[in-house]
Design a protein around this ligand. Structure first.
Ligand code: HSE
Length: 311
């Protein structure tokens, strides 16, 4: 058996209400595992995929993990190295949990670790992971990939230049993420969005984004709560998620600081001041789906500050 490595890359909540394509954070679970081994056959190959129900391609160039790994290997001049990738999908597709991003983030970490860390910082690995994720929805944005790779709450000033920045994580803050078992593909969820934004909404959203950043820096939970409001994207996508507004109301009534769609949906996230509130918030959100006979999963987690890790 050749030497190998295993990486865990966590799920993520993109947009965080007021930061469409510009904000994201990582949670502790679920997450994907990516394994990489040297092989005697030259070139990169995806040798095994589990947990994907036959939905993921084995062709390296069509697979988010494979393409991200390939782009990194090309950059390093190592594309002829014999390497086998194994993808263990541990989270659903089209869930709004950053499934394809986690695979891409895990893949670049796995290749880098296998080769003895030729690239020193995760930030330098980011462009290759973003290229991989782009395969899934055709858009170049890092709001899932960056937190899955680098951990924490990430603000992206520019996706084009990957001008990414960690924001402070207030002590004790917890996320409740409910995934209803319906599939919403990011590509489809982006297609429902209008290209036009009203000036009034633009001003409100800019205020909320700034307010959230200030709230995180000052650990001002009230300001964070007031700012977790999306007046542009959520109203357009809410119709893709059955009972969305009832779930949101349940979360806020149970004490959440704020609640909105996780990434492109259908998962819905809430942030709370501590784990106890987050558990109650999560259960209240789940109850709406249970009452309407929609199967769902709940994840209650602190913000994951590690990102993709060797395990
Ligand atoms: N910002 C992206 C979106 C995240 O909402 O479409 C999903 O990949």
């Amino acid at each position: 058996m050749h030497a190998g490595v295993k990486i865990f890359a966590p799920a993520t909540v993109a947009n965080v209400a007021c930061g469409f394509d510009t904000l994201g954070f990582a949670i502790d679970k679920p997450g994907d595992e990516i394994l990489a081994h040297f092989s005697d056959t030259p070139g990169l190959k995806i040798s095994k995929i589990t947990g994907a129900k036959g939905k993921l391609p084995y062709e390296v160039e069509k697979n988010t993990a494979g393409f991200a790994a390939l782009k990194l290997l090309e950059h390093l001049g190592e594309q002829d190295r014999g390497i086998h990738l194994e993808i263990r999908k541990k989270m659903p597709f089209g869930s709004g949990l950053g499934s394809s991003a986690a695979s891409a983030a895990g893949a670049v970490m796995a290749i880098n670790e296998l080769l003895g860390r030729p690239i020193v910082t995760k930030r330098e690995l980011l462009p290759f992971a973003v290229l991989g994720e782009q395969i899934a929805d055709g858009a170049y944005h890092a709001d899932n990939v960056a937190p899955s790779l680098m951990g924490g709450i990430i603000f992206i000033r520019s996706n084009q230049t990957l001008d990414v920045h960690h924001l402070p994580v207030p002590k004790g803050i917890y996320a409740s993420v409910v995934y209803p078992h319906i599939e919403v593909l990011t590509k489809d969820s982006r297609e429902v969005l209008s290209n036009q934004v009203g000036l009034k909404e633009c001003i409100q959203q800019t205020g909320n984004l700034g307010g959230l950043v200030v709230g995180l820096y000052n650990t001002d939970l009230d300001l964070i709560g007031r700012s977790l409001n999306d007046v542009i994207i959520e109203p357009q996508r809410a119709k893709l998620i059955p009972h969305f507004y009832k779930v949101k109301e349940a979360a806020l009534s149970a004490g959440a600081l704020g609640c909105s769609i996780s990434g492109a949906g259908p998962s819905i996230f809430a942030l709370s001041a501590n784990s106890l509130v987050a558990e109650e918030v999560g259960e209240s959100m789940q109850k709406v789906f249970h009452d309407n006979k929609i199967k769902n999963d709940l994840y209650v987690s602190p913000i994951n500050t590690d990102g993709a890790t060797l395990c």
